[in-house]
Write a protein that binds this ligand. Structure first.
Ligand SMILES: NC(=O)c1ccc[n+]([C@@H]2O[C@H](COP(=O)([O-])OP(=O)(O)OC[C@H]3O[C@@H](n4cnc5c(N)ncnc54)[C@H](O)[C@@H]3O)[C@@H](O)[C@H]2O)c1
Length: 446
C-alpha cells in the first residue's frame, strides 16, 4: 500500500506528537502553524515545549526530510497531502464551555484548500471537541467554503487523542485504544487502514463509531479520571481527620481490586494542566445546554478548587500565622516531566500564600521561565531545590519531580530557618521525616 501523505494543523503537544509519530514510521508529514517562531524551532529539530524523549525523534524526523513545518500555509499543507489531522487548541471560555474559534478558523482554511483540490481528502478532528462539533460545525464550514460535498468529495472523522503530557510521544504510538468516529464508512476506512498500516500486527483495540460518540468518549474518559482524583482527595481529607489513617495504604488496597485499578488514585493537591480542568468544565457547560445538570462533575470540580488550598492550611498548622514568613515552593509545573503551567496547582497556592502576607521562593526543574511570566516579581526564583529551601520557614512540595524525591530530612534541616515540610504529593516517608522535623502530608491522620 502506498503510504498516504499527512498534514497536521496545530503543532502543540497533540499535533507535534502525531506528526513525529507518523514521520518516525516513514510517512511524509507536513505540519502547519501560524507561529513562525515555533515553526523555525521545529524545523531545527527543537521541540517548542519540554517533553521527554521527543527531541531525538523530532530531530530524526526533520533530518530525514519526512517532517517539515510551514508557517501560514495551511492551503499548501492540505493540497500536498491526502489526509489532515486537525489538532488545534480548544481552550475554555469564561462560562466553562469549549472555545471552538480555532476549530472554526482551521476548518475554513481546510475548506479554502479543498476548493482547489480535485482528489478525495480526509479530515480528521483530533482536538477535544464537544459532541456535535464535527458534524454540525466542521462539516458545514468545510462544505460551504470548499463548495464540496462531505462523503463524496472529502471524508470526515473524529479521532480523539488520549496522550498524557510527560509521556506524550510514548502514549501517541502505544495507545491503549483507537477511537474512530466516522461520518461514513468510506472516511472511517481510510483512517482505519492508516492505523492498520502504522501499527501492523500491534494494532490496539479499535472502536469505530459515530462522530458524536467519539467526541463524548474523550470527555467521558477525562471526566472519570478527574473524578478518581477528586474522589481519592476526599478520602485523603477524611484520612487527615482519623488518627492513624493513611490514604496511601487505602489507595494501594483499593487499587488491588480489579474493578477499581491502581491508577489515578494518588492523593494530592488536585488535577491541573490543559485538559482535565477544561474538559470537565466543558462537559458540565455542554450538558447544561442540553438541559441536564451534571451534579457529579460539579462536585468533582469543587473538590479540585479547594484541594490546593489544603497546602496553605497545613502550612499554617505547622508554623502559625504566615504574615512575614518565608515559604519555599518545590515544583511549579502542573505535573512532573512537563513545563506546562496551565491550571497548575502552584498558582492558587502561591496566590493564597501572598494574600496571607508570606514571601515566596519557588523552584522547578523546567518551568521557571513560564513561571516568571505568571508571577513576575511577586515571588523570588531559585536555581536549585537547595537554594529554594535557604532560610525558609516552611516548604510546600507541590510537584512530584524525581529530583525532589531524592531530598533527605538533612537537606531541609541544614538549609531552612526552621525545618517544616508540607508534602502535597505524598513522595516522602512520613515516619522518616516526622521524627526529624515538623512534617505533615495530604491524607495522613495525626
Ligand atoms: N495536551 C494534552 O495532553 C492533550 C491530550 C489529549 C487531547 N488534547 C486536546 O488536543 C487539542 C490540542 O491540545 P494541545 O495541548 O496540543 O494544544 P496546544 O495549545 O499545545 O496547541 C494547539 C496549537 O494550535 C495552534 N493553532 C490554533 N489555530 C490554528 C490554525 N488555524 N492553524 C494551525 N495551528 C493553529 C496554536 O497556535 C497552538 O500551537 C485540544 O483540544 C486538547 O484538549 C490535548
Amino acid at each position: 500500500m502506498k503510504k498516504p501523505k499527512i498534514s497536521v494543523l496545530g503543532i502543540g503537544y497533540v499535533g507535534l506528537c502525531t506528526a513525529v509519530g507518523f514521520a518516525s514510521k516513514g510517512y511524509t508529514v507536513i505540519a502547519s502553524t501560524h507561529d513562525a517562531e515555533k515553526a523555525a524551532k521545529i524545523n531545527k529539530g527543537i521541540p517548542p515545549f519540554h517533553e521527554p524523549n521527543l527531541q531525538k525523534l523530532l530531530e530524526e524526523a526533520v533530518q530525514s526530510g519526512r517532517l517539515t513545518c510551514l508557517t501560514n500555509q495551511t492551503k499548501k499543507a492540505v493540497l500536498e497531502t491526502d489526509l489532515t489531522f486537525n489538532a488545534v487548541g480548544t481552550p475554555s471560555m469564561p462560562d466553562g464551555g469549549a472555545d471552538l474559534q480555532f476549530i472554526e478558523a482551521s476548518s475554513r482554511e481546510i475548506g479554502q484548500a479543498l476548493c482547489k483540490k480535485s482528489t478525495y481528502h480526509v479530515i480528521v478532528i483530533k482536538s477535544t471537541v464537544v459532541p456535535g462539533t464535527t458534524r454540525d460545525l466542521v462539516k458545514p464550514i468545510v462544505e460551504k467554503v470548499s463548495k464540496k460535498k462531505c462523503g463524496s468529495d472529502f471524508g470526515l472523522c473524529m479521532n480523539p487523542e488520549f496522550l498524557r503530557q510527560g509521556s506524550a510521544f510514548e502514549d501517541t504510538i502505544h495507545t491503549d485504544r483507537i477511537v474512530i468516529g466516522e461520518y461514513d464508512k468510506k472516511s472511517g476506512d481510510v483512517l482505519y487502514n492508516l492505523y492498520k498500516d502504522f501499527y501492523d500486527k500491534d494494532l490496539p483495540p479499535t472502536i469505530r463509531t459515530s462522530l458524536s460518540t467519539a467526541e463524548l468518549i474523550k470527555y467521558a474518559s477525562n471526566s472519570l479520571l478527574a473524578t478518581k482524583i477528586s474522589y481519592i482527595n476526599t478520602i485523603a481529607n477524611i484520612c487527615g481527620k482519623i488518627p492513624g489513617a493513611d490514604v496511601k495504604t487505602v489507595a494501594v488496597a483499593m487499587g488491588l481490586d480489579k474493578r477499581i485499578g491502581p491508577l489515578f488514585l494518588n492523593a494530592g493537591l488536585g488535577y491541573g494542566g490543559s485538559c482535565f480542568p477544561k474538559d470537565v468544565k466543558a462537559l458540565i457547560a455542554h450538558s447544561k445546554k442540553l438541559g441536564y445538570r451534571l451534579e457529579l462533575l460539579e462536585s468533582v470540580e469543587n473538590v479540585n478548587k479547594t484541594q490546593p488550598l489544603k497546602a496553605v492550611e497545613f502550612c499554617k498548622e505547622l508554623i502559625g500565622n504566615l504574615k512575614g514568613k518565608h515559604v519555599a515552593i518545590l515544583g511549579l509545573a502542573f505535573k512532573a516531566d512537563t513545563d506546562d503551567m496551565r491550571e497548575a496547582r502552584a498558582i492558587p497556592i502561591i496566590n493564597e500564600l501572598l494574600k496571607e502576607g508570606a514571601s515566596v521562593t519557588a523552584y522547578d526543574p523546567v518551568a521557571m521561565s513560564i513561571a516568571k511570566t505568571i508571577f513576575k516579581n511577586k515571588i523570588r526564583y531559585a536555581q536549585s531545590a537547595i537554594e529554594c529551601l535557604k532560610n525558609a520557614d516552611c516548604c510546600i512540595l507541590v510537584t512530584e519531580w524525581d529530583e525532589f524525591k531524592k531530598l533527605k530530612p538533612a537537606d531541609f534541616i541544614n538549609n531552612m530557618k526552621q525545618p517544616a515540610l508540607v508534602d502535597g504529593r505524598r513522595i516522602y516517608n512520613p515516619e522518616e521525616f516526622s521524627q526529624k522535623m515538623k512534617f505533615t502530608a495530604i491524607g495522613l491522620g495525626h
